[in-house]
Structures are given as structure tokens and as C-alpha cells.
Write a protein that binds this ligand. Sequence first.
Ligand code: BGC
Length: 340
Amino acid sequence: MNKKVIALLLITAMLMASITGCGSSSLGDADLSKMKVGVCIYEFSDNFMTLFREELEDYLIDQGFSRENIIIVDAANNQETQTEQIDKFIADKVDVLIVNPVNTSFAETITNKAVKARIPLVYINREPDAAEEERWQDNGWNVTYVGNDARQSGTFQGEMIIELGLETVDLNGDGVIQYIMVEGDPESNATRYRTEYSVKALTDAGFQVECLSNQVGNWQQDQAQQIVADALEQYGNDIEVVFCNNDAMALGALQSIEAAGRTVGTDIFLVGVDALSEALENILAGKMTGTVFNDHITQSHMAADAAITFINGGTNAYYIDSGYVKVTSDNVQKILDMVK
Ligand code: BGC
């Protein structure tokens, strides 16, 4: 074969790899200690994202990156701030971007900036919508999402209530499950899906439900504490189940449940998502019904691995999922041992 044919074959192979975009391949072997990573976090004070970013940084260092080349910035829940941070990372020519978007509907703009600058992009935790993900695939771009399908966590929350049985949960015996819902940040797809799918699991199983109150707690413990205190004052013993879109809010809910003299597992049921160690301790002590393990360890490792694959000239699947795990008193010790 002459040189031109070989070159053509090589280009075709590279094009095919970027078009299919599935699986992952590692072509080069870059010196990671010289590579710059720009990490944008939507909000440093978020409990779950704190665990995630600390694990991400440690794992990147374990893989060979230098601490000074891993720059992690806080958007303080402001999309404008985050956009400026991304522009700065691009101007500084980072080798890869890892972005936890403030506002997932802004993903198209973020993607366009990264693609234009030819910087690979790994979205974490907050999933852009399906149309945006298709665009990466259709164009063969070096962009991916690493996280979970939030629908599954909602379904698991509903299933934990179903598994207790109607006779246990239906405390007032009216054949209907009365619940309150404490929602996360409305900008996050996880909020929408967890809210919808937790209740859908109940109705799919033939349970009748009644929503007494549905409030936004923005993922925050203190906001949830207030919401649940107010709901308990208004609806009292009518509340049978408290669904919280995450554990930070479930911890706030628990403070108000205890302050109102109610007892989880006896006269009220409480579920969250994340498996924060404090929530796991509460499950162990019988003070929370259950949670759903949102595996920040696997997710942060997968995000770093995807970034390394891009740096090495390889491709990643457009959607990388770590899967959720249901956590009740049956398996709580095992999960606690993993996260501690
Ligand atoms: C977690 C929340 C967190 C949010 C941040 C969710 O997956 O369950 O605890 O606040 O991500 O985007």
C-alpha cells in the first residue's frame, strides 16, 4: 500500500470511531501530569456534590494528574458565573472540561463553546436533555454525560414504600396513601423524574395516592426542615409518607418529624436519595425508612476515566450510567461500609 492509501485508511478509521462513539478506546498515552482539567461545579455547598468533587480530585491525582493542574471552581448556583468560568478555562486551554451544569437547559451553549475550542467535555450529575445528547452523537463530538437515570431512583423510592405493604403504610386505613413531596432544584431533571417516578411506582402497583403538599426545597436541608414543619402543622397525622428528592432534605424532614413527636417506621415513613452517611446511620437506627445509593464514587471515577480516554484521543459512549441501589435496613450496613 502506498502512503496515500494508508493515510486515507487511517483517517477513515478515526472518523468511524468518532461517528459510532460507542465503547471506549484508548489510543494515546498522554503524560497526565502535564494535562489541565477544568472542573465546574454548580454549587460547592451541596452535600452530594462535595462528596463527588473530593472523590473526583483524589481519583484524578491517583491516575497521574498533578494537583495544581486540576482546577475546580464553584458557580455558586449561578449560570452566568459558570459560563464565565467555562470561558476562562477555554482561554486557558485546558485539555478537558468536566461540567456539572447549573442549568441543564444551558447545555447546548456550553457544548457549542467546548466543541468550537476542540476541548472534550464530560457532563456530570445533571443530565442534559435527550435532544442535546443526540446532537453529540449525530455530530460525533467528544462530549458525554456520566451519571444516572434519575427515573430509576424515583422508582426505587416508591418501591420501598410498596414493599412495606398497604396495611403498614396506610395508617388511617382509608385505602389511600397520603404523602408530601419535598423537591430539589427545579432546574434539575433529577427533581422532575424523582418526583414523578416515586409516585408512579405506587400507582403502577395499584396503590391509590393523595398528594397533600408539594414544595421546592432546592436540595437544602434547612429549606426542607421548614417545609416539613409547616406541612406537619397543617396536615398532622394525615401525612403517612414523606418523599424527599435527596437525603439532605430527608435529614431536614427528620428534624421536623422528631420535633413534631412523630416516629418514623411507626406513624410516618420517610425516604430520600443519595445515601449520605448521616442518612445511612439514621436507617440503621430505624429513623429513616430508606434511601437510594447515588454512587458518587463510581460516578466520579467514570467521569475521570472518560476524560482520560478523550485526552488520549479515544471515544466514549454518549451516556455513561453507574446505576442506583435501593437501601433499606436489609443492606444499609454494606452501603455504609462502602461510603465510609
Ligand atoms: C443529588 C442531590 C444533589 C444534586 C445536585 C442529585 O443527583 O441526589 O443530592 O443536590 O444531584 O445536582
